[in-house]
Design a protein around this ligand. Structure first.
Ligand code: ADP
Ligand code: MG
Length: 253
């Protein structure tokens, strides 16, 4: 066996981006972005609207094609033209700001659709996993409800269950509380905290600075498509090095 094969990979980054560049119609939206996400850690992307947070997440999930640079998932270069993009997306769970549940399907049907259709899991197994997750996220009684019967916070928790149903390696969360009434934000953030405690690896874009400070192992401040500053939550929030970071945090906190 070669040394590379016997090297433990447990601490290798789950997600790695190197010199990622993304343009839309000539304007540069991500410039030379480097990112490393270690297993079982939470990375928070903060920054003003338009700074590139969503684009970064969409590139990581191959929803956007990058112009330059490379991205690895568990050591496999997923931006390699030969990579199986569908297989990559199956290993990444995504939750967006708008819950995007199918309105004509029950909660249980929403959650079991991908495991059954995409992952070939049996109905019984998919439903058992769905019910277990619903229970864990405090939604045990909602399996047969239609989305419009649920509060925004409940719908967003169902969206998280749906993302978890396929046992993703990595969870990407894009402003998942931004569309919620303030009194419903807490229950969704509590779910994210619980997932962190269980060791889920996550990258999240958020405007909830208190939450980012509390939950993130790594904070990246994006400014005009550049990761201008990164560090521990303590460092970035407590002693920001860049004037632009200080200005952003003064404005938002
Ligand atoms: P954030 O999530 O931080 O608010 P985005 O990643 O959504 O920022 O956007 C970054 C920049 O890219 C913005 O200037 C936005 O207008 C632009 N942008 C995002 N998506 C597209 C697109 N599909 N076509 C053109 N421009 C886009
Ligand atoms: Mg965004």
């Amino acid at each position: 066996m070669s040394t590379t094969e016997s090297t433990p990979v447990s601490n290798a980054p789950v997600l790695r981006m190197e010199s990622v560049r993304k343009t839309f119609g000539g304007s540069v939206v991500l410039r030379d972005v480097d990112l490393e996400v270690a297993p079982h850690t939470v990375t928070a992307l903060i920054g003003a609207s338009g700074s590139g947070k969503s684009t970064l997440l969409r590139c990581a999930n191959l929803l956007e094609e990058i112009d330059d640079g490379a991205i690895w998932l568990d050591g496999e270069e997923i931006t390699d033209p030969r990579a199986d993009q569908d297989a990559v997306r199956r290993r990444i769970g995504v939750v967006f700001q708008a819950y995007n549940l199918f309105p004509h399907m029950t909660v249980l049907e929403n959650i079991t659709l991908a495991p059954r259709r995409v992952h070939g899991v049996s109905r019984a197994e998919a439903e058992a996993r769905a019910r277990e997750l619903l229970e864990r996220l405090g939604l045990a009684g909602k399996a047969d409800a239609y989305p419009d019967r649920l509060s925004g916070g409940q719908q967003q928790r169902v969206a998280i269950v749906r993302a978890l149903a396929v046992r993703p390696r990595l969870l990407l969360l894009d402003e998942i509380t931004a569309a919620l009434d303030p009194e419903l934000v807490g229950e969704v953030l509590d779910v994210v905290r619980g997932l962190k405690d269980e060791g889920m690896t996550m990258v999240l874009a958020t405007h909830e600075m208190g939450f980012a400070r509390d939950v993130a192992d790594q904070v990246c401040f994006l400014d005009g498509g550049v990761v201008l500053e990164r560090g521990s939550a303590e460092q970035v929030f407590g002693e920001p090095r860049q004037e632009r970071t200080r200005r952003f945090l003064r404005r938002i906190v």
